[in-house]
Design a protein around this ligand. Structure first.
Ligand code: PLP
Length: 445
């Protein structure tokens, strides 16, 4: 009997023992094509020699030096690497060990900034429904997915949630994408005025919504309008690129594709690509200078922050991506994956929407593609898709509550950036088999 506390206690999962490029191999020798990088994490696949060597070399040299006493060569080099092409004005890097922890630290940094510049009345965040920013109490407070918040709601900090920018479900008949985006962006101004702009620290948003809504890109002009509103009321713009950043969308920073620069930019999954747990916040000079000038210390820290081995691994990951031009490959393979998915599922009775950017693609599943009616949540369709996919040797990352936090199902695809056209075809074939089998089972039940 296993003594591990698992994610699902009524499902027996295979024991993963080995990686082979984009495949994970279990103890029985079954191979799973990792079409989702876990949860958008493994952007280099599973056995990249350059990263393995960087980890081995760093452990042999120095495994750890506590960040309150030392900096380290890998931490410095990685920060240089990130800042070298960061959005304008982002000059400092705060490290952590994962997305949720990083979001918490970032929210605290935003709060400290206002205290340190003499605006202590700013205590609230505004965020969006259908968003996910993490599982810790702080990051869950800004997350807007009903089911993930439900049982912890009494423990969460107060945050305002406005509509997501989710054109598939929110755009009205006859409304252009641009008009829709501006309408939902303007909800930010309404929320600021409702709660009092002098009490708001900032607006928190995933540049492209990942886990909870299934790769929903913003409509054109949405984030530019959001930036204007934040500037008008002196609120910070905090962009969460934990899942969509560092190349996944075909650009190093997803916010580049929106033409905006946030004040704080959070990345995690693709930073260490699963080789080590690591996350980072790119901090604008204005925030660093304020905190540095006021008290010279950020009132926050973790034991493993700026871990030397994690930084060495992440540095190797980022170098491999750059040297092999893998962001361009993510863009090219993403376009062909999107094309094949559209060819295959455009008229599928239960695929309502196919969306995304680069190698970050979501398929929203509907009971009725005309009315967009979701499946009964009691069916747990998303889980059936995940388990059936594994039977066919495909790892995809499905989620439920897509439409409104309770109803709706989607499948998220986020394969490694170094896949080739053969892998792309294999993903689509295996997904088609998975859908055939799951929908047959559902229609018989
Ligand atoms: C956008 C976003 N933010 C934060 C998190 C939390 O990251 P982690 O699971 O590494 O704690 C996730 C995880 O899926 C995410 O997708």
């Amino acid at each position: 009997m296993s003594h591990v506390f698992p994610r699902f206690s009524n499902i027996e999962f295979p024991v993963a023992v080995k990686g082979d490029g984009p495949y994970i191999i279990d103890r029985e020798g079954n191979r799973y094509l990792d079409a989702c990088g876990g949860a958008g994490i493994s952007c280099l696949g599973h056995s990249e020699p350059a990263v393995i060597k960087a980890i081995q070399d760093q452990v042999a040299k120095l495994e750890f030096a506590y960040a309150m006493f030392y900096t380290s060569e890998p931490a410095e080099l990685l920060a240089d690497d990130l800042v070298s092409d960061a959005p304008a004005g982002m000059t400092r890097v705060l490290y952590g060990c994962g997305g949720s922890e990083q979001m918490d630290g970032t929210l605290k940094m935003a709060r400290q900034y206002f205290v340190d510049i003499g605006q202590p009345r700013r205590t609230r965040f505004i965020a969006r429904r259908q968003s996910y920013h993490g599982a810790t109490l702080g990051s869950l407070s800004v997350s807007g997915h009903f089911k993930r918040r439900e049982i912890y709601a009494p423990l969460l900090a107060d945050a305002e949630h406005i509509s997501p920018c989710y054109a598939y479900r929110g755009r009205r008949d006859g409304e252009t994408e641009m008009d829709y985006g501006l309408r939902v962006a303007d909800e930010l101004e309404e929320a600021l005025l409702r709660v009092g702009p002098e009490t708001v620290i900032g607006f928190v948003a995933e540049t492209i919504v990942g886990a909870t809504a299934g790769c929903v890109p913003p409509t054109p002009g949405y984030f530019k309008r959001v930036r204007e509103i934040c500037d008008k009321y002196g609120a910070l713009l905090i962009m969460d690129e934990v899942m969509c950043g560092l190349g996944r969308t075909g650009a190093r920073w997803a916010c580049w594709q929106e033409g905006v620069t946030p004040d704080l930019l959070v990345v995690a999954k693709g930073l260490g690509a699963g080789y080590q747990p690591i996350s980072a916040t790119l901090v604008s000079d204005k925030i660093f200078e304020a905190i540095n000038g006021a008290r010279g210390t950020f009132m926050h820290g973790h034991s493993y922050q700026a871990h030397a081995v994690a930084c060495a691994a992440a540095l190797a990951v980022q170098r491999v991506i750059r040297e092999r031009n893998l962001i361009a490959n993510a863009q090219t393979q993403g376009e062909s994956l999107m094309r094949l998915l559209e060819d295959r599922f455009r008229n599928h009775p239960h695929v309502g929407d196919i969306r995304g950017r680069g190698l970050f693609i979501g398929l929203e599943l509907t009971q009725d593609r005309e009315t967009k009616e979701p499946f009964d949540p009691a069916l747990n369709l998303w889980l059936k898709v995940m388990l059936k996919g594994m039977e066919f040797g495909l790892m995809c990352y499905p989620g439920g509550g897509t439409a409104d936090g309770t109803k709706g199902d989607h499948v998220l695809l986020a394969p490694p950036f170094n896949i080739n056209s053969g892998h792309v075809e294999e993903i689509v074939e295996k997904l088609a088999h998975t859908f055939d089998s799951v929908f047959k089972q559902v229609s018989l039940s």
